[in-house]
Design a protein around this ligand. Structure first.
Ligand SMILES: *Cc1c(COP(=O)(O)O)cnc(C)c1O
Length: 489
Protein backbone atom coordinates (compact mmCIF):
# COMPACT_ATOMS: atom_id res chain seq x y z
CA UNK A 1 0.00 0.00 0.00
CA UNK A 2 1.26 3.48 -0.85
CA UNK A 3 1.41 6.14 1.86
CA UNK A 4 -1.72 8.25 1.34
CA UNK A 5 -1.87 11.99 0.61
CA UNK A 6 -3.41 12.51 4.05
CA UNK A 7 -0.64 10.53 5.77
CA UNK A 8 1.93 12.73 4.07
CA UNK A 9 0.47 15.80 5.78
CA UNK A 10 0.24 14.37 9.33
CA UNK A 11 1.16 16.68 12.15
CA UNK A 12 4.86 16.50 12.96
CA UNK A 13 7.73 17.81 15.06
CA UNK A 14 10.32 16.47 12.62
CA UNK A 15 12.80 19.04 11.27
CA UNK A 16 11.34 19.45 7.77
CA UNK A 17 12.56 23.02 7.89
CA UNK A 18 16.13 21.68 7.85
CA UNK A 19 16.03 18.41 5.90
CA UNK A 20 13.90 17.01 3.07
CA UNK A 21 10.82 15.00 4.09
CA UNK A 22 11.97 12.12 1.81
CA UNK A 23 14.99 9.85 1.38
CA UNK A 24 16.67 8.63 -1.80
CA UNK A 25 16.12 5.37 -3.65
CA UNK A 26 17.68 5.78 -7.12
CA UNK A 27 20.57 8.01 -8.16
CA UNK A 28 21.83 9.27 -11.50
CA UNK A 29 25.39 9.60 -12.86
CA UNK A 30 27.02 11.88 -15.42
CA UNK A 31 30.40 11.40 -17.14
CA UNK A 32 33.29 12.91 -15.12
CA UNK A 33 35.25 15.63 -16.97
CA UNK A 34 38.37 17.77 -16.57
CA UNK A 35 38.75 21.52 -17.05
CA UNK A 36 40.61 20.86 -20.32
CA UNK A 37 37.81 18.63 -21.58
CA UNK A 38 35.07 21.07 -20.53
CA UNK A 39 36.78 23.86 -22.45
CA UNK A 40 36.79 21.66 -25.53
CA UNK A 41 33.14 20.73 -24.99
CA UNK A 42 32.09 24.36 -24.59
CA UNK A 43 33.78 25.32 -27.83
CA UNK A 44 32.42 22.33 -29.70
CA UNK A 45 28.86 22.84 -28.49
CA UNK A 46 28.40 26.55 -28.95
CA UNK A 47 28.97 28.03 -25.46
CA UNK A 48 25.47 27.44 -24.22
CA UNK A 49 23.82 25.31 -21.52
CA UNK A 50 21.05 24.64 -24.01
CA UNK A 51 23.47 23.05 -26.51
CA UNK A 52 25.69 21.05 -24.12
CA UNK A 53 25.27 17.26 -24.12
CA UNK A 54 23.68 16.62 -20.72
CA UNK A 55 25.90 13.60 -20.09
CA UNK A 56 28.86 15.98 -19.60
CA UNK A 57 27.03 18.19 -17.11
CA UNK A 58 27.80 17.62 -13.42
CA UNK A 59 25.23 20.00 -11.93
CA UNK A 60 22.43 20.84 -14.33
CA UNK A 61 20.36 23.93 -13.60
CA UNK A 62 19.53 24.76 -17.20
CA UNK A 63 15.88 24.07 -16.46
CA UNK A 64 13.52 22.69 -13.83
CA UNK A 65 11.21 21.36 -16.54
CA UNK A 66 10.67 17.61 -16.27
CA UNK A 67 14.07 17.24 -14.58
CA UNK A 68 12.99 16.31 -11.05
CA UNK A 69 13.06 12.91 -9.36
CA UNK A 70 9.90 10.80 -9.20
CA UNK A 71 8.78 9.32 -5.88
CA UNK A 72 8.21 5.67 -4.94
CA UNK A 73 4.50 6.54 -4.93
CA UNK A 74 4.68 7.77 -8.52
CA UNK A 75 6.62 4.73 -9.76
CA UNK A 76 4.18 2.36 -8.13
CA UNK A 77 1.20 4.28 -9.53
CA UNK A 78 2.77 4.07 -12.99
CA UNK A 79 2.66 0.28 -12.85
CA UNK A 80 -1.10 0.64 -12.51
CA UNK A 81 -1.34 2.75 -15.68
CA UNK A 82 -4.29 1.67 -17.81
CA UNK A 83 -3.24 1.94 -21.45
CA UNK A 84 -6.70 1.59 -23.00
CA UNK A 85 -7.19 4.13 -25.79
CA UNK A 86 -10.63 5.38 -24.76
CA UNK A 87 -11.63 6.30 -21.21
CA UNK A 88 -8.82 4.49 -19.43
CA UNK A 89 -9.13 3.97 -15.69
CA UNK A 90 -6.08 6.20 -15.17
CA UNK A 91 -8.01 9.15 -16.60
CA UNK A 92 -10.51 8.92 -13.75
CA UNK A 93 -7.94 9.41 -11.02
CA UNK A 94 -6.22 12.08 -13.12
CA UNK A 95 -9.46 14.00 -13.63
CA UNK A 96 -10.43 13.74 -9.96
CA UNK A 97 -7.02 15.02 -8.85
CA UNK A 98 -6.99 17.96 -11.28
CA UNK A 99 -10.50 18.88 -10.12
CA UNK A 100 -9.42 18.82 -6.48
CA UNK A 101 -6.35 20.91 -7.31
CA UNK A 102 -8.16 23.55 -9.39
CA UNK A 103 -11.74 23.29 -8.08
CA UNK A 104 -12.74 23.52 -11.74
CA UNK A 105 -15.07 20.90 -13.23
CA UNK A 106 -13.78 20.48 -16.79
CA UNK A 107 -10.36 18.97 -17.43
CA UNK A 108 -8.34 18.17 -20.54
CA UNK A 109 -5.04 16.28 -20.23
CA UNK A 110 -2.13 17.43 -22.39
CA UNK A 111 1.39 16.18 -22.89
CA UNK A 112 2.93 19.45 -21.76
CA UNK A 113 2.20 23.11 -21.11
CA UNK A 114 2.32 24.40 -24.66
CA UNK A 115 -0.05 21.76 -26.01
CA UNK A 116 -2.52 22.87 -23.32
CA UNK A 117 -2.12 26.46 -24.53
CA UNK A 118 -2.91 25.56 -28.15
CA UNK A 119 -6.70 24.97 -27.90
CA UNK A 120 -7.10 27.94 -25.55
CA UNK A 121 -5.54 30.34 -28.06
CA UNK A 122 -7.42 28.66 -30.89
CA UNK A 123 -10.87 29.14 -29.43
CA UNK A 124 -10.44 32.55 -27.79
CA UNK A 125 -7.91 34.58 -29.78
CA UNK A 126 -8.27 35.97 -33.32
CA UNK A 127 -6.34 38.40 -35.56
CA UNK A 128 -6.18 41.94 -34.22
CA UNK A 129 -6.79 40.88 -30.60
CA UNK A 130 -4.57 41.77 -27.67
CA UNK A 131 -3.60 39.44 -24.83
CA UNK A 132 -2.28 41.25 -21.75
CA UNK A 133 -0.17 39.43 -19.18
CA UNK A 134 2.15 40.11 -16.28
CA UNK A 135 4.71 38.73 -18.81
CA UNK A 136 3.92 35.95 -21.22
CA UNK A 137 5.89 32.76 -21.19
CA UNK A 138 7.73 32.24 -24.52
CA UNK A 139 5.15 29.86 -25.91
CA UNK A 140 2.02 31.85 -24.98
CA UNK A 141 3.45 34.96 -26.63
CA UNK A 142 4.23 32.84 -29.67
CA UNK A 143 0.68 31.44 -29.67
CA UNK A 144 -0.68 35.01 -29.60
CA UNK A 145 1.52 35.99 -32.58
CA UNK A 146 0.51 32.80 -34.34
CA UNK A 147 -3.14 33.85 -34.05
CA UNK A 148 -2.36 37.29 -35.48
CA UNK A 149 -2.81 38.89 -32.06
CA UNK A 150 -0.48 40.92 -29.90
CA UNK A 151 0.87 39.63 -26.58
CA UNK A 152 1.25 42.55 -24.17
CA UNK A 153 3.53 42.38 -21.11
CA UNK A 154 2.62 44.71 -18.24
CA UNK A 155 5.53 44.33 -15.82
CA UNK A 156 5.06 45.82 -12.36
CA UNK A 157 7.39 48.72 -11.44
CA UNK A 158 8.70 46.87 -8.35
CA UNK A 159 10.45 44.39 -10.62
CA UNK A 160 12.20 47.12 -12.57
CA UNK A 161 13.54 48.69 -9.37
CA UNK A 162 16.78 46.91 -8.52
CA UNK A 163 16.68 48.04 -4.89
CA UNK A 164 13.16 46.77 -4.33
CA UNK A 165 13.19 43.48 -2.38
CA UNK A 166 9.46 42.98 -1.96
CA UNK A 167 7.97 39.50 -2.29
CA UNK A 168 5.53 39.94 -5.14
CA UNK A 169 7.48 41.56 -7.93
CA UNK A 170 5.86 39.15 -10.39
CA UNK A 171 2.55 41.01 -10.13
CA UNK A 172 0.62 42.47 -13.03
CA UNK A 173 1.10 46.24 -13.26
CA UNK A 174 -2.46 47.07 -12.17
CA UNK A 175 -2.41 50.74 -13.10
CA UNK A 176 -1.26 50.00 -16.63
CA UNK A 177 -3.58 47.03 -16.88
CA UNK A 178 -6.62 49.07 -15.92
CA UNK A 179 -5.82 51.82 -18.45
CA UNK A 180 -5.05 49.28 -21.13
CA UNK A 181 -8.16 47.27 -20.43
CA UNK A 182 -10.41 50.33 -20.55
CA UNK A 183 -8.89 51.37 -23.87
CA UNK A 184 -8.99 47.96 -25.60
CA UNK A 185 -11.73 46.02 -23.76
CA UNK A 186 -13.35 44.98 -27.04
CA UNK A 187 -10.13 43.51 -28.35
CA UNK A 188 -9.14 41.54 -25.26
CA UNK A 189 -10.62 38.04 -25.26
CA UNK A 190 -8.05 36.64 -22.86
CA UNK A 191 -5.85 37.81 -19.99
CA UNK A 192 -2.96 35.61 -18.85
CA UNK A 193 -1.45 35.71 -15.39
CA UNK A 194 1.73 33.69 -15.04
CA UNK A 195 2.17 32.53 -11.42
CA UNK A 196 5.01 32.86 -10.58
CA UNK A 197 6.38 35.12 -13.30
CA UNK A 198 8.94 32.84 -14.94
CA UNK A 199 10.49 35.33 -17.36
CA UNK A 200 10.72 38.12 -14.79
CA UNK A 201 13.13 36.64 -12.32
CA UNK A 202 10.66 33.93 -11.31
CA UNK A 203 9.03 36.47 -8.99
CA UNK A 204 5.81 35.51 -7.21
CA UNK A 205 2.33 36.97 -7.73
CA UNK A 206 0.22 37.94 -4.71
CA UNK A 207 -3.34 36.82 -4.00
CA UNK A 208 -4.29 40.48 -3.87
CA UNK A 209 -2.96 41.06 -7.38
CA UNK A 210 -4.94 38.13 -8.81
CA UNK A 211 -8.07 39.42 -7.06
CA UNK A 212 -7.55 42.91 -8.47
CA UNK A 213 -6.97 41.71 -12.03
CA UNK A 214 -10.27 39.85 -11.73
CA UNK A 215 -11.99 42.95 -10.37
CA UNK A 216 -10.74 45.12 -13.25
CA UNK A 217 -11.95 42.59 -15.81
CA UNK A 218 -15.35 42.35 -14.12
CA UNK A 219 -15.68 46.11 -13.97
CA UNK A 220 -14.90 46.97 -17.61
CA UNK A 221 -15.55 43.70 -19.38
CA UNK A 222 -17.26 44.05 -22.81
CA UNK A 223 -16.75 40.72 -24.60
CA UNK A 224 -16.72 38.11 -21.83
CA UNK A 225 -12.95 38.40 -21.40
CA UNK A 226 -11.47 35.22 -19.93
CA UNK A 227 -8.89 35.23 -17.16
CA UNK A 228 -6.54 32.25 -17.43
CA UNK A 229 -3.71 31.43 -15.08
CA UNK A 230 -0.50 29.89 -16.43
CA UNK A 231 0.18 27.65 -13.43
CA UNK A 232 3.37 25.66 -14.08
CA UNK A 233 4.65 26.52 -10.57
CA UNK A 234 1.49 27.68 -8.78
CA UNK A 235 2.18 25.48 -5.73
CA UNK A 236 5.57 27.12 -5.21
CA UNK A 237 3.95 30.55 -5.63
CA UNK A 238 1.42 29.44 -2.99
CA UNK A 239 4.28 28.78 -0.57
CA UNK A 240 5.46 32.40 -0.99
CA UNK A 241 1.91 33.62 -0.33
CA UNK A 242 1.67 31.42 2.74
CA UNK A 243 5.02 32.71 4.05
CA UNK A 244 4.71 36.39 3.19
CA UNK A 245 1.17 37.57 2.43
CA UNK A 246 -0.90 38.57 5.46
CA UNK A 247 -3.70 36.16 6.32
CA UNK A 248 -2.34 32.96 4.76
CA UNK A 249 0.08 31.62 7.38
CA UNK A 250 -2.32 28.98 8.66
CA UNK A 251 -3.75 27.90 5.32
CA UNK A 252 -2.57 24.81 3.47
CA UNK A 253 -0.82 25.40 0.15
CA UNK A 254 -3.54 23.39 -1.57
CA UNK A 255 -6.14 25.74 -0.03
CA UNK A 256 -4.14 28.72 -1.30
CA UNK A 257 -3.89 27.22 -4.80
CA UNK A 258 -7.67 26.68 -4.74
CA UNK A 259 -8.22 30.31 -3.79
CA UNK A 260 -5.81 31.66 -6.44
CA UNK A 261 -7.70 29.71 -9.08
CA UNK A 262 -11.10 30.74 -7.72
CA UNK A 263 -10.59 34.12 -9.45
CA UNK A 264 -9.87 32.56 -12.85
CA UNK A 265 -12.09 31.21 -15.62
CA UNK A 266 -9.55 28.58 -16.48
CA UNK A 267 -5.91 27.59 -16.29
CA UNK A 268 -3.25 25.64 -18.12
CA UNK A 269 -0.40 23.81 -16.51
CA UNK A 270 2.94 22.46 -17.54
CA UNK A 271 3.06 19.78 -14.86
CA UNK A 272 6.72 19.16 -15.76
CA UNK A 273 7.48 21.87 -13.22
CA UNK A 274 5.47 21.89 -9.98
CA UNK A 275 3.50 18.77 -10.96
CA UNK A 276 6.64 16.69 -10.36
CA UNK A 277 6.41 14.69 -13.58
CA UNK A 278 8.84 14.22 -16.44
CA UNK A 279 6.07 14.84 -18.96
CA UNK A 280 2.48 16.05 -18.70
CA UNK A 281 0.08 18.93 -18.29
CA UNK A 282 -3.58 19.88 -18.41
CA UNK A 283 -6.24 22.51 -18.99
CA UNK A 284 -8.94 23.13 -16.39
CA UNK A 285 -11.94 25.42 -16.87
CA UNK A 286 -15.43 26.26 -15.66
CA UNK A 287 -17.39 26.67 -18.87
CA UNK A 288 -18.74 23.46 -20.42
CA UNK A 289 -19.30 24.94 -23.90
CA UNK A 290 -15.71 26.22 -24.12
CA UNK A 291 -14.50 22.84 -22.92
CA UNK A 292 -16.47 21.12 -25.66
CA UNK A 293 -15.16 23.57 -28.26
CA UNK A 294 -11.61 22.64 -27.26
CA UNK A 295 -12.20 18.92 -27.77
CA UNK A 296 -11.83 18.75 -31.57
CA UNK A 297 -8.59 20.77 -31.38
CA UNK A 298 -7.17 18.30 -28.91
CA UNK A 299 -8.21 15.31 -31.00
CA UNK A 300 -6.69 16.83 -34.14
CA UNK A 301 -3.18 17.05 -32.70
CA UNK A 302 -2.87 15.13 -29.43
CA UNK A 303 -5.39 12.28 -29.44
CA UNK A 304 -8.51 11.42 -27.53
CA UNK A 305 -9.71 13.78 -24.80
CA UNK A 306 -9.03 11.32 -22.00
CA UNK A 307 -5.31 11.08 -22.74
CA UNK A 308 -4.20 14.19 -24.69
CA UNK A 309 -0.88 12.72 -25.82
CA UNK A 310 -0.08 11.02 -22.51
CA UNK A 311 0.26 7.33 -21.71
CA UNK A 312 -1.97 5.93 -18.97
CA UNK A 313 1.08 5.66 -16.70
CA UNK A 314 1.82 9.37 -17.25
CA UNK A 315 -1.70 10.26 -16.09
CA UNK A 316 -1.11 8.17 -12.96
CA UNK A 317 2.25 9.78 -12.27
CA UNK A 318 0.77 13.24 -12.66
CA UNK A 319 -2.16 12.49 -10.35
CA UNK A 320 0.31 11.58 -7.61
CA UNK A 321 2.92 14.27 -8.40
CA UNK A 322 0.46 17.16 -8.44
CA UNK A 323 -0.50 16.50 -4.82
CA UNK A 324 3.05 15.70 -3.65
CA UNK A 325 4.09 18.99 -5.26
CA UNK A 326 1.63 21.02 -3.18
CA UNK A 327 2.46 19.26 0.10
CA UNK A 328 3.43 21.92 2.66
CA UNK A 329 6.38 19.97 4.09
CA UNK A 330 7.78 19.39 0.63
CA UNK A 331 7.36 23.05 -0.35
CA UNK A 332 9.01 24.25 2.84
CA UNK A 333 12.02 22.11 2.04
CA UNK A 334 12.07 23.17 -1.61
CA UNK A 335 12.20 26.84 -0.62
CA UNK A 336 14.93 26.00 1.88
CA UNK A 337 17.01 24.49 -0.94
CA UNK A 338 16.54 27.53 -3.19
CA UNK A 339 17.43 29.84 -0.31
CA UNK A 340 20.45 27.71 0.53
CA UNK A 341 21.80 28.16 -2.99
CA UNK A 342 20.97 31.89 -2.96
CA UNK A 343 22.93 32.19 0.29
CA UNK A 344 25.84 30.18 -1.08
CA UNK A 345 26.05 32.72 -3.92
CA UNK A 346 25.73 35.79 -1.72
CA UNK A 347 28.33 34.50 0.74
CA UNK A 348 30.77 34.54 -2.20
CA UNK A 349 29.80 38.08 -3.20
CA UNK A 350 27.88 36.97 -6.28
CA UNK A 351 25.10 39.42 -7.19
CA UNK A 352 21.70 37.75 -7.37
CA UNK A 353 18.27 39.12 -8.11
CA UNK A 354 16.49 39.52 -4.78
CA UNK A 355 14.43 37.98 -3.43
CA UNK A 356 15.44 34.55 -4.75
CA UNK A 357 12.35 33.07 -6.36
CA UNK A 358 10.55 29.88 -5.36
CA UNK A 359 12.15 27.70 -8.05
CA UNK A 360 15.38 29.33 -9.23
CA UNK A 361 18.16 31.72 -8.35
CA UNK A 362 18.77 34.43 -10.94
CA UNK A 363 22.35 35.71 -11.11
CA UNK A 364 22.71 39.39 -12.02
CA UNK A 365 25.53 38.89 -14.54
CA UNK A 366 25.50 42.55 -15.55
CA UNK A 367 26.64 43.43 -12.04
CA UNK A 368 29.05 40.50 -11.77
CA UNK A 369 30.84 41.44 -15.01
CA UNK A 370 30.51 45.23 -15.24
CA UNK A 371 33.07 45.46 -18.04
CA UNK A 372 30.56 43.87 -20.45
CA UNK A 373 27.53 45.92 -21.51
CA UNK A 374 24.11 44.60 -22.55
CA UNK A 375 25.17 44.12 -26.18
CA UNK A 376 28.10 41.93 -25.13
CA UNK A 377 26.27 39.09 -23.40
CA UNK A 378 27.57 39.18 -19.81
CA UNK A 379 25.24 36.34 -18.78
CA UNK A 380 26.07 34.30 -21.88
CA UNK A 381 29.75 34.64 -21.01
CA UNK A 382 29.47 33.97 -17.28
CA UNK A 383 27.27 30.95 -17.78
CA UNK A 384 29.76 29.43 -20.28
CA UNK A 385 32.75 30.12 -18.03
CA UNK A 386 31.01 28.63 -14.97
CA UNK A 387 30.64 25.37 -16.89
CA UNK A 388 34.36 25.38 -17.69
CA UNK A 389 35.18 26.02 -14.03
CA UNK A 390 33.29 23.01 -12.72
CA UNK A 391 30.67 21.36 -14.90
CA UNK A 392 27.84 23.62 -13.75
CA UNK A 393 25.25 24.41 -16.46
CA UNK A 394 22.71 27.25 -16.37
CA UNK A 395 20.63 29.38 -18.75
CA UNK A 396 21.73 32.82 -19.91
CA UNK A 397 18.78 35.20 -20.23
CA UNK A 398 20.53 38.43 -21.21
CA UNK A 399 19.74 41.03 -23.85
CA UNK A 400 21.88 39.16 -26.35
CA UNK A 401 19.43 36.24 -26.08
CA UNK A 402 16.37 38.42 -26.63
CA UNK A 403 14.32 39.31 -29.69
CA UNK A 404 15.96 40.97 -32.66
CA UNK A 405 14.51 44.35 -33.41
CA UNK A 406 15.95 44.23 -36.91
CA UNK A 407 15.14 40.81 -38.37
CA UNK A 408 17.31 41.52 -41.42
CA UNK A 409 20.45 42.21 -39.51
CA UNK A 410 20.76 39.49 -36.85
CA UNK A 411 24.49 40.10 -36.44
CA UNK A 412 23.99 43.59 -35.07
CA UNK A 413 23.65 42.88 -31.37
CA UNK A 414 22.81 46.49 -30.56
CA UNK A 415 19.53 45.96 -32.42
CA UNK A 416 18.02 43.78 -29.74
CA UNK A 417 15.41 44.41 -27.10
CA UNK A 418 17.25 45.40 -23.93
CA UNK A 419 16.40 43.15 -20.98
CA UNK A 420 15.71 44.86 -17.63
CA UNK A 421 18.57 42.80 -16.13
CA UNK A 422 21.33 40.69 -17.64
CA UNK A 423 20.41 37.43 -15.88
CA UNK A 424 21.48 33.83 -15.64
CA UNK A 425 18.68 31.55 -14.52
CA UNK A 426 19.80 28.71 -12.27
CA UNK A 427 16.61 26.64 -12.18
CA UNK A 428 16.58 24.07 -9.42
CA UNK A 429 15.41 20.56 -10.34
CA UNK A 430 13.06 19.08 -7.76
CA UNK A 431 14.21 16.50 -5.21
CA UNK A 432 17.55 16.22 -7.04
CA UNK A 433 20.54 17.97 -5.44
CA UNK A 434 22.25 18.09 -2.03
CA UNK A 435 23.71 21.10 -0.27
CA UNK A 436 27.29 20.32 -1.47
CA UNK A 437 26.02 20.54 -5.05
CA UNK A 438 24.65 24.01 -4.37
CA UNK A 439 27.94 25.03 -2.78
CA UNK A 440 29.88 23.77 -5.77
CA UNK A 441 27.57 25.49 -8.25
CA UNK A 442 28.13 28.78 -6.39
CA UNK A 443 31.87 28.07 -6.39
CA UNK A 444 31.84 27.63 -10.20
CA UNK A 445 30.15 31.02 -10.63
CA UNK A 446 32.58 32.61 -8.15
CA UNK A 447 35.66 31.22 -9.92
CA UNK A 448 34.28 32.37 -13.28
CA UNK A 449 33.68 35.90 -11.97
CA UNK A 450 37.22 36.02 -10.58
CA UNK A 451 38.59 36.17 -14.14
CA UNK A 452 37.10 39.68 -14.28
CA UNK A 453 37.89 41.61 -17.43
CA UNK A 454 39.75 38.64 -18.90
CA UNK A 455 36.28 37.34 -19.76
CA UNK A 456 35.48 38.23 -23.38
CA UNK A 457 32.40 39.77 -24.97
CA UNK A 458 30.12 37.47 -26.97
CA UNK A 459 28.74 38.15 -30.43
CA UNK A 460 26.11 36.44 -32.62
CA UNK A 461 27.41 33.89 -35.14
CA UNK A 462 26.57 34.29 -38.82
CA UNK A 463 24.58 31.24 -39.81
CA UNK A 464 22.62 30.10 -42.83
CA UNK A 465 19.41 29.28 -40.98
CA UNK A 466 16.27 30.70 -42.64
CA UNK A 467 15.11 33.84 -40.80
CA UNK A 468 12.33 33.35 -38.25
CA UNK A 469 8.83 34.50 -39.11
CA UNK A 470 7.39 37.25 -36.94
CA UNK A 471 4.99 34.70 -35.42
CA UNK A 472 7.96 32.62 -34.24
CA UNK A 473 10.11 35.49 -33.09
CA UNK A 474 9.59 34.65 -29.43
CA UNK A 475 11.49 31.43 -30.04
CA UNK A 476 14.64 33.00 -31.49
CA UNK A 477 16.55 32.24 -28.29
CA UNK A 478 16.56 28.58 -29.32
CA UNK A 479 18.09 29.32 -32.71
CA UNK A 480 20.55 32.16 -32.41
CA UNK A 481 24.10 31.10 -31.59
CA UNK A 482 26.95 33.10 -30.11
CA UNK A 483 30.70 32.97 -29.73
CA UNK A 484 33.30 34.87 -27.68
CA UNK A 485 35.40 37.50 -29.46
CA UNK A 486 38.50 35.91 -27.88
CA UNK A 487 38.96 32.51 -26.17
CA UNK A 488 37.49 31.93 -22.70
CA UNK A 489 40.19 31.54 -20.00
C1 LIG B 1 7.36 25.62 -19.06
C2 LIG B 1 6.29 26.61 -19.09
C3 LIG B 1 5.29 26.58 -20.09
C4 LIG B 1 5.30 25.60 -21.24
O1 LIG B 1 5.27 24.30 -20.80
P1 LIG B 1 5.98 23.08 -21.55
O2 LIG B 1 5.64 21.93 -20.69
O3 LIG B 1 7.44 23.37 -21.62
O4 LIG B 1 5.37 23.01 -22.90
C5 LIG B 1 4.30 27.53 -20.02
N1 LIG B 1 4.27 28.46 -19.07
C6 LIG B 1 5.20 28.52 -18.11
C7 LIG B 1 5.12 29.57 -17.06
C8 LIG B 1 6.25 27.61 -18.10
O5 LIG B 1 7.20 27.70 -17.16
Amino acid sequence: MRISNEDMLRETDLPFDKAPPYRIKAVEYSIPTTREKRKEIMQEYGYSGRLLPAKYVFINMVTDSGTGALSDRQWSAMMEGDESYFNCRSYEIFEETCQAFTKMPYIIPSHQGRSAEAPIYEIFVKPGDKVPSNTHFTTTSTWAFQRGAEPVDLICPDYLDEENYSWFKGNMNLEKFEDYFIEYAEKIPLVELVVPNNLNGGQAVSMENIKNVRAIIDKYNKIDTQLYLDIARISENAWIIKSHEPGYKDKSCLGIVNEMLSYADGCHMSAKKGGLVNMGGFIALRNKIFWQRMHPKVIRTDGFITYGGLAGRDLESLAVGLIEGVNDYYLQDRQRQVDYFANACQKRGIHILEPASCFAVYINAGKCLPHLDHTQGPATCLSAQAYIEGGFASTAMDSLQRGRIDANNPQDSSKRIKAPYELIRCAIPRRTYYEPHYDWAAECLFRAIEWGDKLPAFKPIVDDRPPLELSEIGLHTFFDDYEPVSPLP
